[in-house]
Design a protein around this ligand. Structure first.
Ligand code: TXA
Ligand code: MG
Length: 326
C-alpha cells in the first residue's frame, strides 16, 4: 500500500504471525516463508492490493497468481475439483503442490489475480508459519515468489530484502525455505492432468495417486495458455548459465553436483549443490548458490551434468530457464 514506506521486519512468534495476517487482510504486501520458497502475499480478493503486488515485483500483469489458503476445505470453496483433483489434493495437501482447476463462479479471487482466466491456481502450504498467517488473514492470499520478476526465487529472508526492501510493507524473517524450489503445478482440467511445472511432488508420485500417466503441456511453455507465466527465460542470473559443462574455462564459476569436480574448476569459484549427490539437498541449495556464484561476477556459470529424473526434473527445469537466451 505504501510504496515509499520502510519494510517492517516481523519475527516468527505467534503475535508477529497474527500481525502479518492482519496486515495482509488490510491490503498490505507481506513476504513470508513457505516450505518451497518465500512468497510475497497480497489479499487475492482485493484488486488494488494485487496491482501493488505486480508493481512491487515488476511482473507482467498477464501472469496469473496462486491463491494460498490454510486448508483443503477453503481450497474446495474456490475451485471445481474433479475426482482426480480431489485425490491429488487429499494426497499432497498441505504441501508443495499447486492445482489449477476451473474457478468457482462465486469464488472471491479477483480477475486481476487470475489474469482474467477462467481457471485458478490454488495451494495449501505445509509451512506452519505460512498456515498461521493464512489463517489469521482469513482470505485467500495471492503469493508469487518474493523476488523481482525474472530474478532467482528467494529461499531466505535476506534474499527477499535484497530484491524488495522498501518496496513491500513487511517481511516475516523465518528460516531458510526447506525445499528450495517452487511448488509442482498440475492442471486438472476436462479429464486431463497436465504437469505445468515440475517440483518436489514428482511426476512419479502424482502418477501413483491418479493411477495413470500425467501429460506434458503440448507446446513450448512460452505461448502455452496453460502455463501463461512460465517464460522460457526466467530465474535470471547476470552471468550466463551453461548446462552439462564437462570443463570449466578460466574466469567461469562452477556449480557442481555430486562427488568430484569437472576439469578446470577453480575451488574458490565452485559451489557444490550436494557433495553426496542428494537431489533434496541440491534443490534446497540451488537458488542461494546461483545467487552466490553470480555475486562473483564470473564470465559464466558452468553447471555439471546430473540425473534429470525425480526431483532432478524440477532442478533441471529451473536451470534450463536460467540458461535460456534472453
Ligand atoms: O511454491 C510456490 O508455488 C510459490 C510459493 C510462494 O507458494 N509461489 C510461486 O508463485 O511460485 P509464482 O507466481 O512465482 O508462480 C506461479 C505460477 C506461474 O508460472 C503462473 O503462470 C502459474 O503459476 N499459474 C497461476 N495461475 C495459473 C492458471 N490459472 N493456469 C496456469 N498456470 C497458472
Ligand atoms: Mg516466481
Amino acid at each position: 500500500m505504501h510504496d515509499t514506506r520502510a519494510t517492517i521486519r516481523l519475527g516468527t512468534d505467534a503475535t508477529s504471525l497474527a500481525e502479518a495476517g492482519r496486515l495482509l487482510a488490510t491490503g498490505a504486501l507481506v513476504a513470508f516463508p513457505t516450505e518451497t520458497v518465500y512468497g510475497l502475499g497480497a489479499d487475492a480478493t482485493d484488486s488494488a492490493a494485487v496491482a501493488r503486488l505486480y508493481a512491487a515485483k515488476g511482473r507482467p500483469s498477464f501472469n496469473p497468481l496462486i491463491a494460498h489458503v490454510p486448508d483443503v476445505g477453503s481450497a474446495f470453496a474456490l475451485g471445481e475439483f474433479n475426482a482426480e483433483a480431489r485425490k491429488l489434493a487429499e494426497a499432497f495437501w498441505p504441501g508443495p503442490l499447486t492445482l489449477v482447476v476451473p474457478a468457482r463462479e462465486n469464488g472471491q479471487v479477483c480477475d486481476l489475480a487470475r489474469a482474467g482466466l477462467s481457471t485458478l491456481a490454488i495451494r495449501v502450504p505445509a509451512h506452519e508459519m505460512a498456515r498461521a498467517i493464512l489463517h489469521a488473514a482469513g482470505k485467500p492470499i495471492a503469493a508469487p515468489s518474493a523476488n523481482r520478476s525474472g530474478h532467482v526465487s528467494p529461499t531466505e529472508a535476506a534474499h527477499v530484502l535484497s530484491d524488495l526492501d522498501g518496496r513491500i510493507d513487511a517481511v516475516v524473517e523465518g528460516e531458510a525455505a526447506g525445499i528450495g524450489l517452487e511448488s509442482t503445478i498440475l492442471a486438472c482440467l476436462q479429464e486431463r492432468v497436465i504437469l505445468l511445472r515440475p517440483g518436489a511432488i514428482t511426476r512419479k508420485a502424482a502418477q501413483a495417486v491418479i493411477g495413470r500417466e500425467i501429460e506434458n503441456p503440448e507446446t513450448s511453455s512460452e505461448n502455452n495458455p496453460l502455463a501463461p507465466g512460465r517464460l522460457s527465460s526466467h530465474y535470471a542470473t547476470r552471468a550466463p548459465v551453461r548446462l552439462d559443462a564437462e570443463e570449466i574455462a578460466p574466469g567461469e564459476a562452477c556449480l557442481a553436483f555430486g562427488p568430484g569436480l569437472p576439469s578446470g574448476a577453480d575451488p574458490a569459484r565452485t559451489l557444490n549443490l550436494s557433495d553426496r549427490g542428494d537431489p533434496v539437498e541440491a534443490a534446497a541449495n540451488l537458488y542461494a548458490m546461483l545467487r552466490r556464484l553470480d555475486g562473483l561476477s564470473p564470465l559464466a556459470i558452468g553447471v555439471v551434468k546430473f540425473s534429470k529424473t525425480g526431483l532432478g526434473e524440477a532442478i533441471f527445469d529451473r536451470l534450463q530457464r536460467a540458461a535460456a537466451p534472453r
